[in-house]
Design a protein around this ligand. Structure first.
Ligand code: ADP
Ligand code: ZN
Length: 292
């Protein structure tokens, strides 16, 4: 089966044709510029292609309420020119196939469940730690939506003992994104995150913040697997701190082997690597096809 996939990021779009096994047959990517110009590239890629369904995983916030007049829109994003943009409408009109539209992180969670490190499970949590921080969750086989959709990057955290800043989120200051996103690291230390040496104290602090957040998510969502992607997690030394701190912070409260004895297999880097997002969009397309 041929499926269309769009991974819409704040800096770049990835478009692909793939199949139900997570194979990418053809792909392209381009910078996210104005909506008009970006959609022109999207149309150029998909026009003339045959596909049975389309999946879109996008930055947000987005409107997922099927009964809302602005369903399928990117809503209140601070990204210039992208507020109140109808994403699904023009694609639906042009291609007339079932379309699944969701957050990039919900897509990535579904991708890891279908094709990656959460295969065979019926719950998982996917977090991206990049320009922003977002989380997507699957519980009892279903993506979590609700009132809007989860915005896990904005939970409040206690500050590290050596923290010198107030946190950088314009809405909440010391939320997860305000303390642990790539830009937060760069503002705190005054250098690009990828220029910080592996033994820099930044990474222990990063691990401390991510572990706090994960403790909260473990206790609220009870995921069977946690997957951490995004540019910042390329610093794989952070995983050691996270593993150690999650066990310490939970302090024996959750008596499960995954946490007590196999934490390194419980909190992992995406098996799909940099393809987590686009494979997630493919998984969304599969879902659109199944439920059409
Ligand atoms: P986006 O979130 O924009 O989709 P990324 O997930 O690549 O894209 O996140 C970009 C952020 O990740 C940048 O702000 C940068 O600080 C950080 N980053 C990217 N690569 C690395 C790296 N190798 N080491 C540390 N931080 C990185
Ligand atoms: Zn915030």
């Amino acid at each position: 089966m041929r499926l269309a996939a769009i991974e819409a990021g704040g800096t770049k779009f990835v478009v692909a044709i793939g199949d139900e096994f997570g194979n990418i047959i053809k792909r392209d990517s381009f910078a996210t510029t104005s909506p008009q110009e970006t959609f022109k590239h999207v149309f150029e890629f998909f026009d003339g292609e045959h596909f049975e369904a389309m999946g879109i995983g996008t930055f947000g916030p987005i409107d997922l309420d099927l009964h809302s007049p602005t369903y399928g829109y990117i809503t209140s994003t601070p990204k210039p020119n992208w507020g109140n943009v109808d994403f699904v409408g023009p694609l639906k009109e042009r291609y007339q196939v079932p379309i699944a539209f969701d957050t990039d992180v919900n897509g990535a969670a579904l991708g890891e469940l279908n094709f990656g490190s959460a295969q065979g499970l019926d719950s998982c949590l996917y977090l991206t730690i990049g320009t922003g921080i977002g989380g997507g969750a699957i519980v009892e086989g279903k993506l979590v939506h609700g009132l809007l959709h989860p915005e896990m990057g904005h939970i409040l955290l206690a500050k590290h003992k050596d923290e010198t800043t107030d946190g950088f989120c314009p809405f909440h200051k010391n939320c997860l994104e305000g303390l642990a996103s790539g830009p937060a690291i760069e503002k705190r230390w005054g250098v690009k995150a990828y220029d910080l040496p592996v033994d820099h104290p930044a990474w222990e602090m990063e691990g401390y913040y991510l572990a706090q957040a994960l403790m909260n998510f473990i206790l609220t969502l009870s995921p069977q697997k946690i997957i951490l992607g995004g540019g910042v997690m390329k610093q794989t030394q952070i995983f050691d701190y996270i593993h150690q701190y999650v066990v310490e912070m939970l302090n024996g409260y959750v008596q499960k082997d995954e946490i007590l004895h196999h934490i390194k297999d419980y909190i992992v880097y995406p098996k799909l690597g940099d393809n987590a997002g686009i494979c997630g969009a493919l998984a969304l397309a599969m879902q659109a096809k199944r439920t059409a």
